[in-house]
Design a protein around this ligand. Sequence first.
Ligand code: HEC
Length: 114
Amino acid sequence: MIRVARRVGPVGAVTAAVFVAASMATAAEDPTVKRGREIATAACADCHGIGVADRSTKTAAPLFRELGRKYPVESLEEALAEGVVVGHPGMPQVKMNEADIGAFIAYLKSIQVP
Ligand code: HEC
């Protein structure tokens, strides 16, 4: 029994260290950006690549981190406020309030690639 406990010990310590590192990263993140990512995850990730390294499930759907190559991401603000995000097929009408839109735009800014 004692031998087993000794062998498990170091693994537990590593797991704890990883967990602490992960929660520190989360705590350091801007809560607005975090909220924006939650919105993107909930409403857009079915089709779009919404993160820093994922792919779009629907290949036609642009990666969110590359939207800034076409236009400043702030320009989406108005369209989102009106509840229309361009005519895109299969796209659910998402109605966001002002705070959500601000958070969503802040999130988009945080992930843009050159
Ligand atoms: C059911 C799939 C689907 C969902 C869900 C979806 N999209 Fe899209 N989206 C697409 C497709 C496909 C395109 C590309 C086709 C096109 O340009 O019309 C696109 C294009 C876009 C574009 C680029 C338009 C342009 O002209 O540059 C933006 C911005 C966008 N989506 C935002 C969003 C946002 C924000 C959400 C979540 C609130 C979302 N989409 C959810 C499928 C989806």
